[in-house]
Design a protein around this ligand. Structure first.
Ligand code: AMO
Length: 431
């Protein structure tokens, strides 16, 4: 039996001493039989290793039965490879089949080939993710998330975790997922909005969370999911939206720098040439954006208009990232602060798509209640949120950024589903 506790990765093989014995384990990408020799291409999460079996290996014949994608553990001697690519290979001494894969495979991904039918790929996501090109996306996602956590820790933000079950929505009633809860009805959180504000009232001062949000949006687009990951940030005692933009732009720059440095080989594999935008990001007033786009003042700038605006900004400022600021009241939420009908609101557009939205919040109780009424909501339903504003609410604000969207646009992916392990949308609830 091959001793798995001695297992090394395929990348360790390249650093191992010629003549030494090492143990590898992984999946059989493919195998080839040439007379008295057999070659196995073994894959693990670090890459590939070539395993060569010659006559000295007693089980040579049985290797013919090895099916693709079976899981094996091998022990062998490190040799210099005779193949053109060079490097090192393993001469097989011992092989254990840990799990024999059935044939044929339901989807094909040999050599990094990506099936065109996304729905089929998602049905067999566990296999799809074995494709190094698909897996690379999730390595970048992990690097990106580490960089986000590092940024907030370095800037003295506390990490928070808010509840995902709530009694009221924050972002619009029609998009609420309601569910029975014993004798009551509750809803899945649409965002962390109301709770991140409550903890500002509690005195957290600077906090962030990375968590899931749920929206019953019947949107069949490349950038909408029913369950998505959101980065929520909230800060107290801020001096208007400039403080919110400053955090966001520094965050984006440090995350992109980290991805460029720490996910170099993944970016190469995915053929992504990542540019880090210069600081500060341009700021475009919503009213100016409407003029540039030939839209009526107060129009909601949607997907298509964002693309056009992105192209205009790129021509003028040579950047992929800019802020859209000062949104009119008809486009803001009840919790936003306004100056004469203009919301202290900020959207961040990156590579032609909105990736975040935020602003300063209304912390004055009476005005907040009025705004709730103006949006045709019932203050009674939101008492758990509004009452705390009577007992010492500091001026505060923040933003919510779509993690899945950020990854999508960093990697120029065609669809947000590519960067989510098991995406949920209007049709898909499994696997
Ligand atoms: P908003 O609703 O604009 O704001 O959401 C913030 C960001 O979350 C992402 N996002 C989505 N991603 C994928 N699928 C969806 N259905 C989806 N909906 C939103 C986007 C978006 O920019 N509470 C406020 C934020 C705040 O003011 O702090 C909020 O949720 O990237």
């Amino acid at each position: 039996m091959v001793n798995l506790s001695q297992r090394k990765s395929t990348s360790a093989l390249q650093k191992a001493r010629v003549g030494s014995t090492i143990v590898l384990a992984g999946w059989v990408e493919k195998s080839k039989h040439l007379g008295k020799l057999a070659f196995i291409n073994l894959r693990d999460r670090e890459g590939y290793a070539q395993i060569v079996a010659n006559e000295k290996f007693l089980g040579l014949k049985s290797l013919k039965d090895l099916t693709r994608e079976s899981v094996v553990a091998v022990k062998g001697k490190v040799k210099t490879s005779k193949a053109k690519s060079g490097g090192k290979e393993l001469e097989l001494v011992e092989l254990d089949v840990l799990n024999r894969a059935a044939v044929p495979l339901p989807i094909e991904f040999l050599g990094g080939k990506v099936e065109t039918d996304m729905s089929k790929r998602l049905d067999y996501r566990y296999l799809d993710l074995r494709n190094p090109r698909v897996f690379a996306i999730f390595k970048v996602r992990s690097v990106m998330l580490n960089a986000i956590h590092k940024f907030f820790r370095d800037n003295e933000f506390l990490e928070m975790q808010t509840s995902k079950i709530s009694e009221a929505g924050a972002e619009g009633g029609a998009e609420l997922f309601e569910l029975p809860y014993f004798k009551k009805k509750v809803a899945l959180n649409q965002s962390q909005q109301l709770y991140k504000q409550l903890i500002m009232i509690s005195g957290f001062e600077k906090a962030y969370e990375i968590g899931t949000s749920y929206r019953a949006e019947k949107s069949h687009t490349h950038r909408h999911l029913t369950e998505f990951w959101q980065l929520d940030v909230e800060m107290s005692f801020l001096d208007g939206i400039k403080d919110i933009m400053s955090v966001q732009e520094r965050l984006i720059v440090s995350v992109l720098r980290a991805v460029k440095k720490e996910a170099k080989s993944e970016l190469e594999l995915l053929k992504v040439n990542l540019n880090v935008p210069k600081l500060p990001f341009p700021k475009i007033n919503h009213s100016d954006a409407c003029k540039l786009l030939g839209l009526k003042q107060g129009t909601d700038i949607g997907t298509e208009a964002e693309r056009k605006l992105g192209a205009i900004v790129k021509r003028k400022y040579k950047t992929d990232a800019f802020f859209l600021i000062n949104l009119p009241e008809n486009l803001t939420k009840f919790y936003a602060m306004h100056d004469d009908g203009i919301g202290r609101y900020v959207d961040l557009i990156y590579k032609n798509n909105e990736i975040s939205s935020g602003g300063q919040r209304e912390h004055r109780y009476d005005i907040l209640i009025n705004q709730i009424r103006n949006k045709k909501l019932k203050p009674k339903d939101l008492e758990f949120y509004t009452t705390p504003f009577k007992y010492g609410a500091p001026p505060h604000g923040g933003f919510g950024m779509g993690i899945d969207r950020l990854l999508t646009f960093i990697l120029d992916l065609p669809n947000v589903r590519e960067g989510v392990l098991f995406p949920r949308d209007v049709e898909r609830t499994g696997p």
